[in-house]
Design a protein around this ligand. Structure first.
Ligand code: NI
Length: 387
């Protein structure tokens, strides 16, 4: 790996930052200490941070001269998980943990800011450091956008550490890289009765069983098999006793798609199937479908720039990422301006990639990954703002 020397020099600093944020994780929109620490660090670098952007977010601009304006974004929230990692810098906050690696994202962006402020680069342009709250479900990006964090920006970039790839790999590609993540609740209402006398009843357990199967045919029969989609029903509730026909069942689930057209297709087919099943079984079925994050879709040119910047760090180990159907609110930025979201391989054990997945209570990362991300950023800024 070709870690930038400026970054290698501040390795201890970056790791210290990451461990500090790891020790004191905060949930979405409660990133008070986190934002304070970030603000303090940015000030000590000579920047003038703006606070309370998008509620608990922080931004700071570094101007080198006339030229393009580039945003670099790190998310800062943790998850409601009790940490079991046993690390010496494990979470001190009960039931809260940086189990997705956002602590590392903050440290990488601070490291990048540090190097860019402490060295005199002959750049033309402005860099905006964006520390965003509430990525884990609340869509903090939307609040940042409302508060103007994209104003005057030409492009935006974001990093995720990625335990599905080994250290020394960088995952980047144009097009969809994270899925839309919508939620739904379904309520089925029927007519209950004696378990031995089904005549005259509308058995909602039968209806639910059929509906669960029928909804899966959207993925297997309606969408193009070459385009990934998921429908998961994760929760089912209903019934009273073994000898009572259930008058009500509720289901909850999520849908995932890489394109808006598949997302819409799933939504409309769900409505059609539900109304058909309701008619078939004489039941009443109510669908409450809620849009979550849109698909995250990288722009071609920024993705090519990241790929070239990453190749300078990890050579041919820069390439298509290990993709997931997870959602990411970076999608909202890319709905507004061009940019690229990419992945830094960070698996603690390269031989067991799935041993420490994101969002698990023993999550950890290979901290050397925290040197890779800023090195890619510096190479990227060289490309965009250098001569
Ligand atoms: Ni995350």
């Amino acid at each position: 790996m070709n870690i930038r020397s400026e970054i290698k020099k501040i390795e201890d600093k970056i790791i210290k930052w990451r461990r500090d944020f790891h020790k004191y994780p905060e949930l979405s929109f409660q990133e008070i200490r986190t934002a304070d620490q970030i603000t303090k660090e940015l000030k000590s670098m000579g920047l003038e941070p703006k606070i309370n952007v998008g509620r608990t977010g922080v931004t700071a601009d570094l101007k080198f001269g006339d030229g393009p304006m580039i945003g670099l974004r790190a998310d800062m929230d943790a998850l409601p998980i009790q940490e079991t990692s046993g690390l010496e810098f494990a979470s001190k906050n009960n039931g809260v943990m940086h189990a997705c690696g956002h602590d590392g994202h903050i440290a990488m962006l601070l490291g990048t800011a540090y190097v860019l402020t402490q060295n005199k680069y002959p750049y033309q342009g402005t860099i905006r450091f964006i520390f965003q709250p509430a990525e884990e479900g609340e869509g903090g990006a939307r609040y940042m956008i409302e508060d103007g964090c994209l104003n005057d920006l030409d492009q935006i970039y974001g990093i995720h550490v990625w335990n599905y790839q080994a250290l020394g790999e960088v995952g980047v590609k144009a097009g969809p890289i994270m899925a839309s993540a919508d939620m739904f609740d379904i309520k089925i209402k029927g007519i209950g009765g004696h378990g031995a006398a089904p005549q005259g009843t509308v058995d909602t357990i039968i209806v639910a069983s059929y509906l669960v199967q029928a909804l899966q045919t959207i993925v297997s029969r309606n969408t193009n098999p070459l385009e990934s989609t998921v429908i998961t029903i994760g929760k089912i509730n209903g019934g009273h006793n073994f000898n009572i026909i259930a008058d009500q069942v509720s289901l909850s689930g999520t849908t995932r798609a890489y394109t808006e057209s598949n997302r819409n297709l799933i939504k409309s087919r769900m409505k059609e199937i539900i109304s058909g099943v309701a008619e078939t079984y004489n039941a009443e079925i109510i669908l409450d479908y809620r849009d979550g994050y849109p698909p995250t879709i990288n722009y071609p040119e920024p993705s090519q720039l990241v790929l070239e910047a990453a190749q300078k760090v990890v050579g041919e180990k820069a390439g298509p990422p290990y993709l997931s159907m997870g959602g990411e609110d970076f999608a909202y930025y890319l709905q507004k301006i061009p940019g690229c979201f990419f992945f830094i391989g960070s698996a603690p054990n390269k031989n067991k990639l799935f041993e420490t997945p994101h969002h698990c209570s023993h999550f950890n990362m290979d901290e050397q990954a925290l040197l890779v991300g800023p090195s890619v950023y510096l190479n990227l800024i060289d490309k965009i703002m250098g001569n």
